[in-house]
Design a protein around this ligand. Structure first.
Ligand SMILES: Cc1cc2nc3c(=O)[nH]c(=O)nc-3n(C[C@H](O)[C@H](O)[C@H](O)COP(=O)(O)OP(=O)(O)OC[C@H]3O[C@@H](n4cnc5c(N)ncnc54)[C@H](O)[C@@H]3O)c2cc1C
Length: 483
């Protein structure tokens, strides 16, 4: 071990650890917030957009159009930010800590033959496409399949194996093809913004644990919209004066100082970014940070940080979200069932919010010209177009999960002791980067061992912050001991 004097370490101890967080979604803001609560950290958040990502794509829409003088506005979260508290323990505890309430969201899923209330808040009803006898037959079929499926997800011996995909598990347990393709896949497709092929490839254990924990819980949303969470986090980050959020900065490269070649160098990470200026100009800049935390999708990490190029193996795809207003032939607003979600097996989901606003979310074919827009133009389908937004969805499959397990941080907050001990033995190949090495970390909805949802943002942020705090404490103790 290289010898350094105790006094040099004591000086270093007083110097704050400078951390750059790349991205201002829930994962980035939570990481920055948790770090700025601790002594000894200074945090910059770089966001390539011009506002924090968490609420950047949401829209406000009038909730009373009949009398313009009384019009007030409601925030619609785009994308949807719905969750079931038992599957989201850390998100729920963050909201509690921020004193942010949630509101139950009684969703009704519409399948080809029936409307199904997700929170069991009403009885299933037939769609207009079905006759009463077929509806009752379908109801019996659905009831039997539902009971069978629920038993399977509750009983321990029917749990999927580690390398079993959802499609394999459904076949192993003889789940009727119709129940699989017309109910389970469209439902999970809406949760993951994925088509049937991608849903079938999901690790079965992720889906089963998600369904099991969400079983008796209704969906909820943040009261007042996800913007309330963003406002609190941003405010708290900035009032500590240990953190700042800087917009229009896109990180393009990250390099570590190779201390194995020159041990006299302090470890640190060189960050290169482009900065958007006025008149569409861009300038490039670099700076050194002690640590960098990527809070972006894995493709961005792979592009910016050469040692993490294996993360390019995790599937990502674009998702289009179109907000429209439904009108009938007389131009009047058509009122639909509140919070109805019409599901299809190509992963598209049409969510009817109040006031006849519909939000259609669908996986999209990659094109170089995807840009978000807002307008009040009539759409081709006769509806009034309000906004179109694009997102990148991160997918999980068995191979993708292996990459995440080996290289992204997965601290043991796991489903069972057995899985924890299995995990503890897993490590990247000799010489391959794993999260935290060389001062580079990753957080995000995908950086945990579960579905790619908001819970992963909070769990991974907590884990990385714990690792950073621990590393700093260790450095201080070593310094005190003159090591
Ligand atoms: C359509 C859709 C519906 C969803 N519905 C739900 C739901 O109902 N419930 C749920 O729990 N989850 C849902 N999710 C998943 C959840 O929203 C995401 O997992 C979560 O928001 C990811 O947050 P994040 O902080 O990891 O990243 P993001 O929110 O993606 O933030 C990343 C940020 O990094 C910025 N960035 C990227 N590259 C760079 C760069 N090079 N330099 C600087 N900044 C950069 C981006 O601009 C972005 O602002 C949904 C996702 C989508 C797409």
């Amino acid at each position: 071990m290289e010898e350094k004097s105790a006094s040099a370490y004591m000086a270093a101890e007083r110097k704050p650890t400078r951390v750059l967080v790349v991205g201002s979604g829930l994962a980035g803001l939570t990481t920055a917030y948790l770090l700025t609560r601790r002594e000894g950290f200074e945090v910059d958040v770089f966001e390539m957009g011009d506002s924090p990502a968490l609420d950047a794509s949401s829209i406000s829409h009038p909730i009373n159009e009949t009398s313009p003088s009384e019009t007030s506005f409601q925030r619609i979260d785009i994308p949807m930010r719905s969750f079931t508290p038992p599957y989201y323990p850390r998100l729920s505890s963050l909201l509690q800590h921020l004193s942010i309430p949630t509101t139950p969201q009684n969703l009704t899923f519409t399948f080809p033959l029936l409307h199904f209330p997700s929170n069991f808040h009403s009885f299933p009803t037939p769609t207009s496409a079905t006759s009463l006898p077929s509806f009752f037959l379908e109801l019996v079929f659905l009831f039997l399949c539902y009971i069978y499926f629920t038993l399977l997800i509750l009983l321990p011996y029917s749990l999927p194996t580690e390398d079993e995909s959802l499609s394999d598990w459904c076949h192993r347990w003889y789940i009727p093809e119709k129940f699989m393709t017309q109910y389970i896949y469209p439902l999970m497709g809406a949760v993951t913004s994925a088509d049937a092929t991608r849903v079938g490839q999901l690790p079965a254990i992720d889906v089963i644990l998600y369904r099991r924990r969400s079983l008796l819980s209704g969906h909820v949303v943040v009261t007042g919209g996800i913007g309330c969470v963003q406002a609190q986090l941003v405010d708290r980050i900035e009032t500590t004066q240990r953190g700042r959020i800087i917009f229009n900065r896109r990180v393009v490269g990250v390099e570590d100082l190779n201390t194995s070649i020159d041990p006299s160098l302090q470890d640190g990470v060189k960050v290169t970014w482009t900065e958007r200026m006025e008149l569409g100009m861009e300038k490039m800049a670099t700076a050194w940070y002690d640590r960098v935390v990527f809070a972006t999708t894995p493709d961005v990490v792979a592009q910016c940080w050469k040692k993490a190029d294996m993360l390019a193996g995790i599937p990502v795809w674009p998702v289009e979200v179109v907000v429209e207003r439904e009108r009938d032939q007389d131009g009047d607003t058509k009122r639909k069932m509140l919070n109805e979600i019409v599901l299809t097996d190509d992963g598209a989901a049409v969510h009817y919010i109040d006031n006849a606003i519909s939000v259609t979310t669908r996986p999209y074919q990659r094109s170089s010209s995807l840009s978000s827009s807002s307008s009040s133009e009539p759409s081709e389908n006769g509806k009034e177009h309000i906004a179109t937004r694009y997102f990148t969805r991160v997918g999980k499959s068995i191979p993708a999960r292996e990459i995440i397990r080996k290289h992204a941080i997965l601290y043991p907050r796991r489903q069972s002791w057995k899985r924890e001990t299995e995990m503890a033995g897993e490590k990247g190949e000799e010489g391959e980067w794993t999260c935290g090495e060389n001062g580079v970390y990753v957080v995000g909805g995908w950086c945990w061992d579960g579905m790619v949802l908001l819970e992963g943002c909070v769990q991974s942020a907590e884990n990385v912050v714990a690792a950073l705090v621990f590393a700093r404490m260790l450095e201080e103790r070593r310094g005190e001991m003159g090591l």
